[in-house]
Design a protein around this ligand. Structure first.
Ligand SMILES: N[C@@H](CCC(=O)N[C@@H](CS)C(=O)NCC(=O)O)C(=O)O
Length: 346
């Protein structure tokens, strides 16, 4: 064999080995850094009551915050082993790509372009939402068709799917709406309250949150039409498939626990269950739920004990006993006619 052919073969073999090593090194690197640090770093909203906000003690709380806490409990056994980074909508992709955060849980819509251009992996949808429009009652419109007849200053957050959807809707309706974007929610709300925006568009859950926490909730009206699909869920960097799997199976574990009726109050009763499905979910006996993911087999015991199942998290932040009183709607379990459906733990 000629020397040049040998050298070429050697180079190809080295490149192939390099690719294998790089993949092996990348997969799990975020999980390893979380374990080394003893803490998960999560990017969240800080101005959206019910989903992500800071309480009077300065602690982050809400539905999206608890999804991150569940992942911390799964990996580290402690829902409190976590640090939060408040992010505006536009800061999300950079924070994720730069490694400033390990994961994102901030009312983020799963779209094709984000899935690819952000170099991200979207976890299961934790909240199926859609975009709505809020106006002041005194503005005097009661539906989208009436709003389309008006000359309107419409306000939204920059760097969101909201901007794109409202532009599509205005084009579709031939409406004369001028779009103003703001860096964050507080800025929009201030402008809207001050009369600089006739209408305020966002995910319906965000509008419900802001309406309920405004000075005079009865002064605002959310139009009945929903103009888009906004599947919201956690996001992690595409470079670590192990970490993405942990997030995916933690979320599905929350959903599966609700389906099995296992919650934070009764989990002790299930620790010697002879139901095969519950045994696999909780990693009982010789079940190796966590071994597949490189974490403890009883990771879902930690998650459910410390945070509850999906329904408990939902009710704690958004359910009938909160000021938002959000119906489960499509966010009900598939067994109740909703869209929440966990793949099998086996
Ligand atoms: N789900 C949409 C919107 C997410 C979003 O950031 N919504 C705004 C309201 S329109 C918000 O939460 N703003 C709070 C902030 O930016 O501080 C997306 O992923 O782009």
């Amino acid at each position: 064999m000629k020397r040049t052919v040998l050298v070429t073969l050697l180079l190809v073999a080295m490149l192939a080995l390099g690719a294998v090593l790089t993949t092996a090194q990348d997969d799990g690197h975020i999980v390893a850094r979380i374990m080394d640090r003893g803490e998960l770093i999560c990017g969240v909203n800080s101005v959206l009551p019910g989903f992500g906000t800071q309480n009077d003690a300065g602690e982050f709380e809400g539905f999206d915050v608890d999804i991150c806490r569940a992942v911390a409990a799964a990996i580290l056994g402690d829902a409190g082993a976590i640090a939060f980074r408040p992010l505006t909508a536009a800061e999300r992709p950079t924070a994720l790509a730069s490694g400033e955060i390990d994961m994102l849980s901030r009312n983020t819509t799963w779209t094709l372009s984000r899935d690819t251009e952000w170099g991200a992996t979207f976890g299961p949808t934790t909240f199926y939402d859609g975009q709505g429009i809020m106006v002041k009652v005194e503005f005097g419109v009661s539906n989208l068709a009436e709003l389309a007849e008006e000359s309107v200053t419409m306000c939204a957050t920059a760097g969101t799917t909201t901007e794109l959807n409202i532009t599509d809707t205005a084009d579709r309706l031939g409406a004369d709406w001028e779009l103003n974007t703001f860096p964050d929610f507080d800025a929009i709300m201030d402008a809207y309250e001050a009369g600089a925006c006739d209408a305020f568009t966002s995910d319906v859950s965000s509008l419900v949150s802001r309406k309920a926490t405004s000075a005079d909730p009865a002064a605002h009206f959310i139009l009945p039409e929903v103009i888009s699909k906004e599947p919201l869920g956690p996001v992690s960097p595409q470079s670590d498939a192990q970490f993405a799997d942990i997030i995916r199976w933690t979320v599905w574990g929350l959903v599966q626990a609700e389906e099995f009726g296992v919650n934070s109050m009764n989990i002790g009763d299930f620790m010697d269950s002879d139901d095969a499905g519950i045994g696999r979910l909780l990693g009982l006996g010789d079940n190796v739920a966590g071994e597949y993911l490189g974490i403890d087999d009883d990771f879902m015991v930690n998650v459910i004990t410390q945070l509850g199942n999906y329904g408990e998290i939902y009710d704690r932040w958004l359910g009938p006993d909160t000021i938002f009183g959000l119906e489960r709607g499509v966010n009900a379990l598939w067994t109740d006619g909703g869209l929440l459906y966990a793949a099998p733990f086996r």
